[in-house]
Design a protein around this ligand. Structure first.
Ligand code: IMP
Length: 194
């Protein structure tokens, strides 16, 4: 069974492949000759994941999935959410994004937040399935740590004394939003590929 992961990142595709049995083959967009940019113009994380998965399924006609992630801060009405990558502008600069976030949280007592990953999977017959992974936590007053990417230095997951950026990749992957969503996808694919 061949499944497309709607990503241009071959490393991401390899990671998912390693979680799956050999009868399921994960192919990234490049290896399928899909070079177009897909416009992520949805208003929610879920919508964007579905837009990407549908665009690829419509063109390639094989089962396919796409992921989308955002950071939701409760006292900011869920911001930056779907705008996480470009919160401080189209240059998608993580430092500027974190600076904007910390600025917007000044004076707020509620700093609770969550990372949300949504994976949209479209099966052979065109049916849509959505898998969600959430990591709850709070936004720190200041950046801490050098690992990871994006908002990791300002996010401390619930039950831990370290920010995501102070954890090793392995530690973060055990509890992350992305890992949780992919575990759900993998268990679905395993039970539907016989
Ligand atoms: P994407 O959908 O995986 O491209 O994620 C969109 C944006 O959310 C990224 O550009 C980052 O700013 C942020 N983001 C996603 N996942 C993480 C994470 O695990 N840690 C920190 N920031 C993240």
């Amino acid at each position: 069974m061949k499944i497309c992961f709607a990503t241009h990142n071959a490393d991401k595709a390899r990671e998912v492949q390693e979680m799956l049995p050999a009868n399921i083959e994960i192919l990234d967009l490049k290896s399928l000759g899909f070079h177009e940019e897909i416009e992520e113009n949805g208003t929610t994380i879920r919508e964007n994941a579905l837009i990407k998965a549908k665009a690829v399924f419509d063109k390639l006609n094989i089962p396919c999935f796409a992921d989308d992630t955002g950071l939701e801060v409760f006292s900011l009405n869920g911001e930056p959410g779907v705008f996480s990558a470009r919160y401080a502008g189209s240059q998608k600069d993580p430092e500027a994004n974190m600076a904007r976030l910390l600025g917007n949280l000044e004076g707020k007592t509620d700093r609770t937040a969550q990372f949300k990953t949504v994976i949209a999977y479209i099966g052979n017959d065109g049916t849509e399935h959505v898998f969600e992974g959430i990591a709850t936590g709070h936004i720190l007053e200041k950046k801490r740590g050098q690992q990871g990417f994006g908002y990791d230095p300002v996010f401390q997951p619930t039950g831990f004394g370290q920010s995501f950026a102070e954890m090793s990749t392995q530690e973060k992957n055990r509890i992350s939003h992305r890992a949780k969503a992919f575990e759900k996808l993998v268990s679905y694919l395993k039970s539907h590929s016989q």
